[in-house]
Design a protein around this ligand. Sequence first.
Ligand SMILES: Nc1ncnc2c1ncn2[C@@H]1O[C@H](COP(=O)(O)OP(=O)(O)OP(=O)(O)O)[C@@H](O)[C@H]1O
Length: 685
Amino acid sequence: MSSFSIPTPSGSSAIPIVAPTSEKEPPKSPPSSKNLTANSKTRTCRNLIIHGYCKYEGKGCEFNHDLGKSTSPPNSPETNKSKLSVNSPVFKPSVLLSSIPPEVVNAPPFVPKSTQVNTPEEISVTPTSTTGSPQQKHYYDSGEQEYDNEMTLYEQTLGFYPPVPPPTPFLLSPGGVANHGLNALANSFASLGLNNATNFASNENSLSEVPSHMNNTSYFTTSHHLDPFLYQSQQALLPQPLQYHLYTSPLPHVSNLHPHQKTIHAFFMLDHLREELQRKNESTLKTVNAKDFNLPEELHVYHSLYPLDQRQEKSIKIFGYPSWVYKSVCSVDGRVYCLRRIEGFRLTNEIAMSTIENWRRIRHANIVSIREAFTTKAFGDHSLVFVYDYHPLSQTLFDKHFSSSSLQANNLPQSGGTGVVVPETVLWSYITQLASAIKTIHSSGLAARMIEPTKILSTNKNRIRINCCGIMDMLTFDGGKNIHHFQQEDLIHFGQLIISLACNSLSSVLNLPKSIDYISRHYSPDFKNVILYLLNKPTPTKSVDKVIAMIGPRILHEINSVHHYNDFLESELSQELENGRLVRLLCKFGFINERPEFDMDPSWSETGDRYLIKLFRDYVFHQVDENGYPVVDMAHVLMCLNKLDAGVDERIMLVSRDEQSCLIVSYKEIKNCIDSAFRDLSRRK
Ligand SMILES: Nc1ncnc2c1ncn2[C@@H]1O[C@H](COP(=O)(O)OP(=O)(O)OP(=O)(O)O)[C@@H](O)[C@H]1O
C-alpha cells in the first residue's frame, strides 16, 4: 500500500488522519501483552503522523515507522483499497483556523466517499469505538449531499488514533482516575446494598472483564432481581443521600505536589464541610407520618411536624410544664422552623403575648431568634407554642458535654480518666459568645432566664446560641417588674454554667470551694477571676459590662478566630462558585446536544456549530482508552471545561464518531460555537 498524505497548507492547523487500522470495536477483554506488542507493530507511529518523524524510531518505539509498507492485518480496512481514503474526497483547508470561518461552522458533517462507508445502510450497522448514538445514521444521511461543496476543513487520512488529551496538570493518571472514578461510583452503589453494585465495587478485576460501556448500564438499573417498587420503599429506609460525594480523599503519595499541580479535591469544598452541610440539609428535610406519632397534620400555619426530642421522658424542671420540640414547615414562607410546645399551659393574661414582640426585635448571632407564639388545642389540650429559628443538627450543651456518652468520650476524671476537661480556649469562646448575647438582651431591658445547659444550643463547632428566650416571660408574666433581679440571676447562672463546664460536672456548683480549687489548678487566673465575679452576690454595680471589660483580650482573640474561619469559608465558597460556572456550561451543552429539532430543522443539533459542539462533548466525556474502556476521568473533564470557559487558544483534535475525520480547533473557537448556538436557542422570534 502506498503511503498517503495530504499536503497541509502552511498555517493550517488541520493534521492528517489515517484510516482505522484494526479494531472497529473495543476488545471485550484486555489484550494480552503479546497481542499488544503485535498490534503496536502494525500501527503507524503517531509521532510520524503528527510531527513527520519519531525521535524514538529505532530507540524502542514499538510502532510502525515505515509508511510505505503495509503492516495491517489482512481484514483491516487498510488492506481494502476500496475502503481506503485514497479514493476518498479530500478536504483542502482554504483558510487558516485562527477562527472558524462561517462556511466551516455551517458545513454539514463530513461523509467519507469511499464506497464501503458512504452508504447509509452499511453505516448504520457499523459500530464505532466511542458511542453508538441512534442519531448517527441520520447524521450521515443528512450531511452527504452538501459535503462536496462546502466541506473545506476536514481531511481524511489513512488511520485513526484516538486523540490523546494534552498532558494534564493533574497528578492523577487517566487510567488511575478512571478506576478511582469507577470505584467511587461503585462505592456509592455498594452503599445502596444492591448485590450487583457490591460486586461491582468489591471486585476490581471483574470490572476490567466487563466490556466497558456495554454492561455498565445494568449497574444503574434495578432491572435484575430488584422490584422497582420494592426498591423505592426500601429507599425510604436508607439514609439519603447515600454518599456525600464521590471523590476519595487524596492519597498520601500525592501530598507533595508541585505548585502548579492540583488534586481533584482542590476543585471542591473540603470533605468534612461538605459532609456536614449535607447532613444538615438531610436533617432539615426529614419527615415522619404525623399519624404514627400522634401529631396534628397542621398546626396554625405549620405542617409536617417532626419530633426533635432526644428523650421521651419530660422533665418540668425548667419551665414548670412538660415541653416538646418539633421541626416544622411554615406554609406561608415555606421555611423550616422549630416549634416548642408547652404542654397543658392555659394562657390567662393576653397581655403576656406582647412580651414576644420585644424578643422578636432581637437579632443576635448567639441567640436563637423567636418568630411568634400562639396557643392551640390541636394536641388535644391547651398548649402554648413558641416558634424559633431552626438550626439543623444542633446539640444542647448538656448533650455535648454532660451526657454519659460525652463523659466517656472525654475520659474525664469523673469516669476514672485523667484527661483535661473542656479546653480553656473553648470555654473562653463560650464566655465571649454568652457575654455578647447577654449584653444585647440586658441592653434591651430583658433577661435571658435560660442560661442553662439544656437550653443552650451548639449549632456548629464551638458556636453556641441561647435557646428558648421569652418563654419564661410569658409563663410567669409579671409586667417586667423583676427584670433587674432576673438579669442578676442571668450572671449567676452564667457563672454556674461555666464552672460546670470547666469541672465537667453539673454538681460542681454544689461544692464551690472544691470546684474553684480544681479550676485554679487547671485553668488560668483570668478565667478563675471571671467565674468568681459572675458567682458574686448581686450588687447594683454588678453587670455584664464589667464581665466584658474583664474578658477584653479574649474577645480580640475570638474576633481573630472568627475572621480566620470566615476567610476559610469564603475560600471554600469560591471553590463551589467555580463549579457553579461549570454547571452552567454543562447546562448549555444539555440545551444544545442531541436536540431533536430546532427552527423546523431536525438536524439542527448535528450540523454546523452544533456538530463541533457534539464532537467536543464526545472529546470531554466519551473518550475510551486503548482497550476500549470508557475514560472516567474527572480531572480531564474539569480541565476541558475550565479551558473552554476561559476560551483559551490551545487546540485540540476532535474526531468524528466513525473515526474517519478529524478537526483541529481551539477551545476559543468551540466557546464561540457554544455561545452562538445558545444565542440561537434563547433568541425570541
Ligand atoms: N431551635 C432549634 N433548632 C434545632 N433544634 C433544636 C432547637 N431547639 C431545640 N432543638 C433540639 O431539640 C432537642 C430537644 O431540645 P430540648 O430543649 O427539649 O432539650 P432537652 O435536653 O430535651 O431539654 P428538656 O429536658 O427540658 O426537654 C435537642 O436535641 C435540641 O438540639
